[in-house]
Design a protein around this ligand. Structure first.
Ligand code: TAP
Length: 491
């Protein structure tokens, strides 16, 4: 982000405690998704040499960082956390300018990152090991967890601040060093995240950040034989590719991937509450939460009334730049993303779904130069359609109707993804059966599908995730290995 209107800032990587340009000086431009003609900054297109330098730095910093106590590491991270709170407004602007989400949504992302970081720092201070009663006299038998070494963190553009925080904090508090590669659509958010640690006085090389493309710098990072763990959030196709790369060296992976999240609304639901939650989960952040509701499965009896209530909410959304406080629906994140979403909408029409509202690139004052898509709802969707199966990752909701609970669950589970699901009902038994039967890593009863708390894990199943999930107690588990020791102290 340029602090002076009219000037375009050139940014640098952070390697070995120094801000530096790409070794060959090459740069990529970033464009504001609300105004594509506006260049918001220039970022290093990191070369293989830059990647190597970042891993060199992380490798060199590792022994001293590992040998600090967790309390000493925690002091550095607490200083970064304090800066995060102080800089909330500045970072929120950077998120909005790069990603497009509204300032309120950007602030919400930072508040969530603060809570998660606080929890993970304290989690790192808790005893992680266990002592077992030995079968032999005079033997102390115990196990504990220790860090892995240099870890790679690859983050997406949809939660460009929160995701690096959720990955880097447990990695660092556990004693690892990190190379972070943020998404090309949100490089400055990754750099602002890194700046918190730089300004907190983190020793050089402990956290490094390089910008550039996933297929270039990202892949070169993951192929470095010194990388001991890969934590990745992004699309399922890239996640599968990364898993294949990592398998060749037995490198552990934590993959948080795409979703096609269902919400089930039974006939006894509080319709007003369910419609509100559905509209929020379908259209907040322009439908680009990984946990967005993209399919709603409604009991036939109440479908008409429920859909009207959702459509009424969709129509009240105000499209515009996320920097405008009146905006409630910002642009989608970039021209390619807009093209993909409009392609899916076209496919939905072609396959015979009934367009109930939206369906077009939005036009009008303040919109023509941006990546704005009208909030879109399709009815009469059948489970075989492309829009029913593929992650659209935009403000597009598909409505299905079901005869009863069992049919609703079958539709909900009939996709390859399994990230989040939700149900609205007052019937406790059916709610509990849904929790048991729904194929998703996170399930919500009478709550919005994105709700999460830092003390519990966050991750998907099926093609939505693989490996030990982020967050909660598993956050640090992923970034540590087991060490067992038997110690004879008397004969
Ligand atoms: P991707 O296109 O998969 O990119 C994710 C990250 O991987 C980016 O930093 C990207 O860099 C990098 N990358 C791409 N190809 C790579 C390669 N060959 N080697 C190494 N890195 C590579 O996803 P996205 O479009 O940024 O993010 C949206 C996706 O993330 C959606 O599917 C969403 O559901 C998912 N997501 C899931 C979760 C959870 S918790 N399950 C949370 C948030 C988002 P470039 O940007 O330079 O291409």
């Amino acid at each position: 982000m340029s602090t002076n209107p009219g000037t375009v800032e050139t940014h640098q990587n952070y390697i070995a405690g120094k801000w530096q340009a790409a070794s060959d000086g090459s740069l990529d431009e970033h464009h504001d998704p609300a105004r594509l003609s506006e260049v918001t900054g220039r970022y290093p297109r990191s070369t293989n040499e830059d990647v190597r330098a970042a891993v060199d730095a992380a490798e060199a910093a590792y022994p001293a960082w590992r040998d600090l106590t967790a309390h000493a590491r925690g002091e550095y991270l607490k200083r970064a956390l304090a800066l995060m709170s102080e800089r909330t407004e500045r970072i929120a602007r950077v998120i909005t300018i790069e990603n497009g989400k509204t300032l309120a949504e950007s602030r919400g992302e930072i508040v969530s990152a603060i809570k998660e970081m606080e929890y993970q720092i304290h989690q790192g201070l808790r005893a992680l090991g266990e002592i077992a009663p030995s079968a032999l006299p005079g033997v102390l038998a115990y196990q504990y967890r220790r860090p892995l070494g240099v870890c790679a963190v690859i983050s997406p553009w949809n939660f460009p601040f929160n995701v690096p925080g959720r990955k880097c904090t447990p990695a660092l508090i556990a004693g690892n060093t990190v190379v972070l590669k943020p998404a090309s659509l949100t490089p400055n958010v990754g750099l602002e995240f890194t700046r918190l640690f730089a300004d907190a006085g983190l020793p050089p090389g402990v956290l490094n950040c390089i910008t550039g493309s996933g297929s270039g710098a990202g892949e070169s990072l993951l192929k470095d034989p010194r990388i001991q763990a890969i934590s990745f959030t992004g699309s399922t196709s890239v996640g599968i590719h990364i898993n294949q790369l990592a398998a060749g060296r037995l490198v552990r992976t934590q993959l948080e991937l795409g979703g096609k999240n269902p919400m089930v609304v039974l006939e006894d639901a509080d319709l007003d509450e369910a419609a509100g939650a559905c509209a929020t989960a379908a259209f907040a952040c322009a439908g680009q939460w990984c946990t967005s509701t993209s399919r709603v499965i409604v009991a036939k009896k109440i479908a008409g009334e429920f859909v009207e209530a959702v459509l009424a909410r969709a129509r009240t959304l105000k499209l515009g730049s996320g920097l405008d406080p009146a905006t409630t629906l910002g642009p989608v994140c970039g021209a390619q993303q807009m093209k993909n979403i409009l392609g899916f909408i076209e496919e939905g029409r072609r396959e015979g779904a009934k367009l109930l509202t939206g369906g077009r690139r939005a036009a009008g004052e303040g919109l023509d130069d941006g990546c704005f898509i009208e909030p879109t709802v399709f009815g009469e969707v059948n489970p075989g359609m492309t829009i029913a199966q593929e992650e659209i990752f935009g403000p597009v909701l598909s409505v299905f109707t079901a005869d009863g609970f069992d049919e609703a669950v079958t539709i909900a589970n009939g996709v390859r993804f399994g990230l989040a699901s939700s149900i609205y009902t007052k019937d406790l038994e059916r709610a509990m059966r849904f929790v048991e039967k729904t194929e998703a890593g996170l399930t919500h009863v009478n709550m919005v599908s994105a709700y999460k708390e830092p003390q519990l894990s966050f991750g998907g199943i099926k093609e939505s995730g693989s490996g030990i999930p982020e967050g909660g107690r598993t956050g640090i588990e992923f970034f540590t290995e087991h060490k067992v020791a038997y110690l004879k102290y008397r004969s």
